[in-house]
Design a protein around this ligand. Structure first.
Ligand code: ADP
Ligand code: ADP
Length: 210
């Protein structure tokens, strides 16, 4: 299965991807995770991306497109992949389309997780993760276990200011990819405003009918 997870920051893309991996045994490719790893490792790409990310801006298309096209050409993606956070612009969606067509394959589904804007800031500012495993928690909605409470970390861009900037970018740059995929009949919408278990069931239901 070749699928894309789309949704505003904080919609639950990463949370749901982790839950779906036991059912769909395909690589989870998160451009946010890849860029944060490059930033942490201090690579040229990471240095270039850091300022964009911390301000809540998008990293330039030419940086991200190359990263993803190389990754999905790897052997473990032959049977499929779950893209999380890519494409985020119309040129990214078109570049992905060109690469997949050249490889003689196509997307199966674009899963759109919908969450109202009013809920996003609270989700983002309360987000924490376990630096050892990457597991995502939320101070209020999914608190880390007591043993991890002092170890979880907050992302540099999970401030209210950067979150508001990201949400704006989502509406201006990313939302336009939805009609692009709708014209291909690939979009499936899921209401992400419910407990994580409920959202997982909704997604599995939608995918089983695909
Ligand atoms: P969130 O989980 O809040 O939606 P991500 O972890 O997906 O955020 O991305 C964090 C940041 O990494 C983005 O704000 C952006 O700066 C950069 N980024 C991630 N994916 C892309 C992409 N496809 N295009 C451009 N920038 C990206
Ligand atoms: P995204 O990858 O779309 O940016 P995350 O999966 O990182 O979103 O979730 C953002 C924050 O919201 C995290 O702190 C996560 O624990 C929390 N969260 C995820 N799904 C839900 C949900 N269904 N209800 C409440 N909080 C959630």
């Amino acid at each position: 299965m070749r699928m894309i997870l789309v949704g505003p920051p904080g919609a639950g893309k990463g949370t749901q991807a982790a839950r779906l991996l036991s059912t769909y045994e395909i690589p989870h490719i998160s451009t946010g995770d890849m860029l944060r790893a490059a930033k942490k490792a201090g690579t040229e790409m990471g240095k270039k991306a850091a300022a964009f990310m911390d301000a809540g801006n998008l990293v330039p298309d030419e940086v991200v497109i190359g990263l993803v096209i190389d990754r999905i050409a790897e052997a473990d993606c032959e049977e499929g992949f779950m893209l999380d956070g890519f494409p985020r612009t119309r040129p990214q969606a078109e570049a992905l389309d060109t690469a997949l067509t050249a490889a003689g394959v196509s997307l199966d589904v674009v899963l759109l997780i919908e969450v109202p804007d009013e809920l996003i800031v609270e989700r983002i500012t309360g987000r924490r993760s376990d630096p050892a495993t990457g597991t995502i928690y939320h101070l209020k909605f999914n608190p880390p276990p007591a043993a991890l409470a002092s170890k979880v970390v907050q992302r540099a861009d999970d401030t209210e200011k950067a979150c508001v900037a990201r949400l704006k970018k989502y509406h201006s740059e990313t939302a336009p990819i939805v009609p692009f995929y709708e014209s291909k009949g690939l979009v499936r919408r899921v209401n992400g405003n419910a407990a994580p278990d409920v959202v997982t069931d909704r997604i599995k239901d939608v995918l089983s009918r695909n």
